[in-house]
Design a protein around this ligand. Structure first.
Ligand code: AMP
Length: 209
């Protein structure tokens, strides 16, 4: 039985906070993840390797066991659905809010609202809970542009400082939920590699505290 562990990390904003957290847990890559073009990284532990992928793919890698553990935002985890995964720790990094946003001065249509988002699953559920029918427009980025060019009435996106919304003349409207990054574990790995995973989780948990 292999005791090797693969941790999937999300590229982008989360990575800046993930690397110091892992370093506090005693795990450091042998290359600089932020500048290297590599996707697989050895660490100072010979049984731990890191893979660097898009945040929306982290849950998929862990679901299928291509990575034993992963670090990803609650937003992408909810959107994925969590099948085959165990969400073990709130790492309290990359905190932000999932919000609706639009033009403050513009009244919204009473009938079918057009909502552009990268998060159709969460968005559908949010409006369903409010008993509102919406037309969802799936986008992969630059959501802020959609209301500006008339593609949608509002957007659902992550908001941190609010400066991206402001720069595009938009205002945050409804707060859907608070988001932070989570440590996830493949369910089968947790059984098969229980001891090394527990040791690793304990170290990461101590680093969060
Ligand atoms: P801000 O201008 O600081 O409110 O950041 C908003 C932009 O950054 C939007 O494009 C968001 O999708 C993205 N963003 C904000 N917080 C996060 C996060 N924690 N993880 C990933 N993307 C984020």
């Amino acid at each position: 039985m292999t005791r090797e562990l693969t941790i999937a990390l999300a590229k982008g904003r989360i990575l800046d906070e993930t690397l110091p957290l892992l370093a506090r847990a005693g795990i450091e890559a042998t290359d600089d993840l932020a500048t290297s073009r590599k996707l697989v990284f050895a660490t100072n532990h010979k049984n731990i390797k890191l893979v660097l992928i898009r945040s929306a793919d982290v849950a998929t890698y862990v679901q299928y066991g291509a990575a034993d553990l992963g670090i990803a935002g609650k937003d992408v985890l909810l959107e994925h659905g969590g099948e085959g995964l165990y969400e073990r720790l709130d790492l309290k990094i990359a905190p932000c809010r999932l919000m609706t946003a639009g033009f403050a001065e513009r009244s919204l249509p009473r009938t079918r609202l057009k909502v552009a988002t990268k998060y159709p699953r969460i968005t559908r559920q949010f409006f369903l809970d409010q008993g509102r029918q919406v037309e969802l427009i799936k986008l992969y980025g630059s959501m802020e542009l959609a209301p500006v060019v008339g593609l949608a009435d509002i957007i659902v996106d992550l908001v941190d400082t609010g400066s991206t919304l402001k720069a595009n003349g938009l205002t945050p409207l409804d707060h859907i939920m608070d988001i932070s990054s989570r440590l996830i574990i493949n369910r089968a790995s947790l059984k098969m590699k229980n001891q090394p995973i527990r040791e690793l989780v304990d170290k990461i948990e101590a680093a969060v505290e």
